[in-house]
Each structure stands twice: as structure tokens, then as C-alpha cells.
Design a protein around this ligand. Sequence first.
Ligand SMILES: [Zn+2]
Length: 78
Amino acid sequence: MIELKPCPFCKSEARMISAVRWLRLNGKRGRTRGLYWYVGCSDPECILYLDKELKNTRLIFLSRSRGLVVRRWNRRVE
Ligand SMILES: [Zn+2]
């Protein structure tokens, strides 16, 4: 398990999920299907809340790389 720091806004526990999605990648035409990692907050009241079904999500941290999304999330806490 990679350790995720708590939410930078509300200090709630972070949540990470993975999902297969069709997404447009930076600098590429069309959409690419792949497994993406999402990190967010587990508190539904928080602006960084990550819904388990990825529905009520306002700001998201996602990447095809699990390590990268974890580093981005953890860096925001600093
Ligand atoms: Zn939060």
C-alpha cells in the first residue's frame, strides 16, 4: 500500500480508486481507453470529494500512473 496523505482542505482520509475510462489525453486526438487512477477526499462535504462511482466529483486528480497520482496528491498537502 502506498500511503496517501490526508485531504489538504479538511484533513479527512484520502480515497483512491481505479476505473477503466475513455478519456482525451493531453496532446492527442480522440480518446484513449485505459485504466485510470483517481485520488480524492472521502468526505462528501469537501470540494475534493471523490465519489466511488465518479459522479459527484468536482476537482479530480487522475493519472494512468498510480505512482504519479499519489505524488501529485501528496504534494498538494505541503
Ligand atoms: Zn477533504
